[in-house]
Write a protein that binds this ligand. Structure first.
Ligand code: HAM
Length: 403
């Protein structure tokens, strides 16, 4: 038997209900914030991710589904959504047009990671990208939007916050961090030795316990922010407090993608095991320019839908719509016509086989219909239909013309 690939899941039945419920809820919130839908291709040139997410990141270095297509192009399945949206933004010349452009999207992302609970190779994100607003109010707005989506889904969280500085303060900090790393180089893991030359701040994110304990003494970027980054970070914290959004500062939060500057944030849940990050994002003011666009400030986030599906509190599902069935072969044509008419305004599902009443009631229950409507020999004779309201638990026989 051919099975799905490791780390790639089918989504159906109850899972599908959770999946669509989350997307509909998040979409409604994003629209309230004035964001518009954008769809970008699943397949992009590999260079797009190398130049944005960064060659030194695990995502690009180890986890891409990369191949040469029949036209000899180096392509890959998107590991995340931001790079494609930025490419589309530049390609449509919105950078040159100026102004504010705000998008949301959802869809599959692909990372060749080691699958485990909450970590898939094909997973789904709901994401948001905002272009053209340099003010820290937009960073706060992003965080509020995640908080609103989580609240609407009944999901509790912890918000972790950091500032990664900008081109003024980051290089200086990087130098002092490299000096620190050199002072403990004999004791750190091989990955961190490599990170020292490729992207030193990534060491702060190392999962190795020995490294982690060494880095508690590392210089903290948050203590070396330039005036502008410092004042933006202070402002952000105030806006969040003013709006009752609790946060904790995590000076080791560096995110796994290279494009961030200034604000970086992650929402985590204590209720889903080790893969606890349910959303992550931040500011990426240099990325449009790195991808050959006109310099444009930008900020965004993405949420991991599979992880959220574990946590969503679903509203009680109410019975709705009609189930129609025949107890006699001769009634099937009538049932099909009635079902077709009902569908103008309601959910209506019919069974094409003549069955006894008990089986029709089971069928109605299975699709969570409110009304089970059945025609047998008596009803054919009288021009009527038997209707049971499964919610109110009442039944009656009505004339077909009144149905
Ligand atoms: P990210 O932190 O790599 O950020 O991913 C965002 C979310 O996707 C994570 O918090 C997690 O919930 C989910 N996720 C990531 N990898 C997996 C996986 N292997 N299996 C299941 N869920 C996963 C980004 O992708 C950025 N593009 C976010 C962003 C948008 N930043 C600015 N704009």
């Amino acid at each position: 038997m051919v099975k799905s690939l490791r780390g790639m899941n089918d989504i159906l039945s109850e899972d599908y209900e959770r999946f669509t419920y989350f997307i509909n809820t998040a979409t409604a919130v994003a629209q309230k914030y004035g964001f518009h839908f954008i769809e970008t291709p699943l397949l992009e040139e590999t260079a797009l991710f190398k130049r944005s997410v960064g060659e030194s990141s695990d995502i690009v270095g180890k986890e891409m589904y990369q191949f040469t297509d029949k036209g000899n192009n180096d392509v890959c399945l998107r590991p995340e959504g931001t790079a494609g949206v930025v490419r589309a933004f530049i390609q449509k010349k919105l950078d040159k047009a100026g102004g504010i452009h705000r998008f949301f999207y959802h869809g599959s992302m692909f990372r060749y990671e080691r699958p485990q609970k909450g970590r898939l190779r094909q997973f789904h994100q709901f994401g948001v990208e905002s272009f053209g607003v340099g003010s820290v109010y937009e960073d706060a707005t992003m965080i509020m939007m995640v908080a609103d989506i989580l609240k609407a889904c009944g999901i509790g969280y912890k918000l972790q916050l950091n500032s990664l500085g900008d081109q003024n303060c980051m290089p200086q900090y990087r130098d002092s961090l490299v000096s620190f790393i050199e002072s403990v180089e004999d004791e750190i893991c091989e990955d961190c030795k490599r990170r020292k030359s490729t992207n030193p701040i990534r060491v702060l994110d190392c999962k190795n316990e020995k490294c982690q304990s060494l880095y508690t003494k590392a210089p903290k970027l948050i203590n070396s922010l330039c005036e502008n980054c410092e004042s933006d970070f202070t402002k952000l914290k105030k806006i969040l407090s003013d709006n009752d959004i609790e946060y904790e500062i995590d000076t080791n939060l560096v995110r796994g993608l290279d494009y961030y500057s200034k604000t970086a944030f992650e929402f985590v849940s204590d209720d889903i095991g080790s893969q606890s990050a349910i959303a992550g994002g931040g500011r990426y003011d240099r990325l449009v320019e790195f991808l050959d666009g006109r310099p444009t400030p930008a900020v965004g986030f993405a949420m991991g839908i599979e992880r959220l599906m574990e946590l969503i509190i679903m509203p009680e599902s109410k019975r709705n719509g009609y189930y129609l069935g025949a107890m006699d072969e001769d009634a099937i044509d009538i049932i099909i016509k009635l079902t077709h008419n009902k569908r103008n305004s309601e959910k209506a599902v019919c069974d094409f086989k003549a069955k006894n009443l008990k089986n029709h009631l089971k069928g109605a229950d299975k699709i969570n219909a409110q009304f089970c409507c059945v025609i047998g020999t008596n009803e054919i004779k009288d021009g009527t239909i038997w209707v049971k309201d499964l919610e109110a638990k009442s039944e009656k026989v009505i004339l077909l013309k009144d149905f």
